[in-house]
Design a binder for this molecule. Sequence first.
Ligand SMILES: Cc1ncc(COP(=O)(O)O)c(C=O)c1O
Length: 481
Amino acid sequence: MVFKLNNQLLSKIATGKGHGEDSPYFDGWKAYDNDPYHPTKNPDGVIQMGLAENQLCFDLIQEWLKNNPKASICTTEGAEEFRDIAIFQDYHGLEEFRIAIAKFMAKGRGDRVTFDPDRIVMSGGATGAHEMIAFCLADPGDAFLVPTPYYPGFDRDLRWRTGVQLFPVDCESSNHFKITREALEYAYEMAQLDNIRVKGLLITNPSNPLGTILDRETLKSIVNFINEKNIHLVCDEIYAATVFSQPEFVSISEIIEEEVECNLDLIHIVYSLSKDMGFPGFRVGIVYSYNDAVVSCARKMSSFGLVSSQTQHLIASMLSDDEFVDNFIMQSKKRLASRYSSFTKGLAQVGIKCLKTSNAGLFVWMDLRRLLKEQTVAGELALWRVIINDVKLNVSPGSSFHCTEQGWFRVCFANMDDQTVEVALSRIKTFMLKNKEAMMPVKKLRWQGSLKLSFSSRIYDDFIMSPHSPFPQSPLVQARN
Ligand SMILES: Cc1ncc(COP(=O)(O)O)c(C=O)c1O
């Protein structure tokens, strides 16, 4: 039989590119999948530094699981519960699960706020939560403003199946990518000029990819902005408990309860256990809305992405254990702080800086602007290809986060053990050694006569003169002393 090729056989969604799978962000993952690093089996393989996973506290989880066999229906001790857990669950979710999640969300915010279990709506990870909230708040063609740089998955999660658009609010390195009122107003006006109806603002706090948190003043100004425009505010707080040093995290839930006049119907939080607990595979996502109608609609929609009752049962038990949760959150912050510190110090030894205002998340925002041959997206992607193919590290280029300045890269550091971090750092050091001339800020290079080059960068001097420098001491530099 001859089959006729027919483009219309499938839907526009199925045949379109809305998933965004062919972006560099996902290409890097493919490079890793084709040649994954293993310390003995494939020591020259690609190290995965493009995956924001929190694997630093799995020992604590495993210990808890061993000590609490009743929490699982797959153990001799817990199998008696099998029947009750396996039968049909409605879309409200197990009550003990919602209570435990509400409590955990409060703990992750220093117990300065409380959450109502009746407002907890389940979804398949934060991915499902974002789509669900987009379906509840906007119609096809409507837009959400999103400060840049932002998590690339938003382009898929909020837009692909809903037909909703994202409109960037450009933020810049000159003020550490702060979300200013001016930038918000400008983006809002631009959207209006394009005849796009803005239905909301989506913020990520702490930020992926920046690893920064929003201060009280910025949060208040954002709440004022959305109230004046009468648009929704969706706050992705999935990295809430990863804030590993001062200043402490401030949730939108604190701001609206204490500090500003606000129409609560406009406020929605997206949460998940993928980052704070390190459980992306469990697909525990949450929409927490202060709007009754949204809670009610989202709950009905949650039928499309319920969390399995088996997972709810386990999570309810684990997160109700106060002693475990308190210790886990504390240990996780401690280990993240230590990993962040050792990794950024290793980078600093070869003159690589990261955004210095970051104190959260599972990644650093690495500044390689000085290594670009040209300050364009093509220039950034050319460097990224070298990093993937030659240095064999999968890092993510800033352009895939819609960053408007080229040369920034997100590097994840919490999805590997200490030895792998050391291997990654030594590869970066070797790479920088090969490119040492690129370490010098282009503007500050001065050719003296035809042969001599003098360096005026203080950073470069600090680094090259350091006992930690892997560079052989240049005779030119020694002659300067
Ligand atoms: C800011 C942000 N939101 C949402 C997600 C998706 O999370 P989940 O695994 O819970 O779907 C991610 C994952 O990296 C993220 O970084």
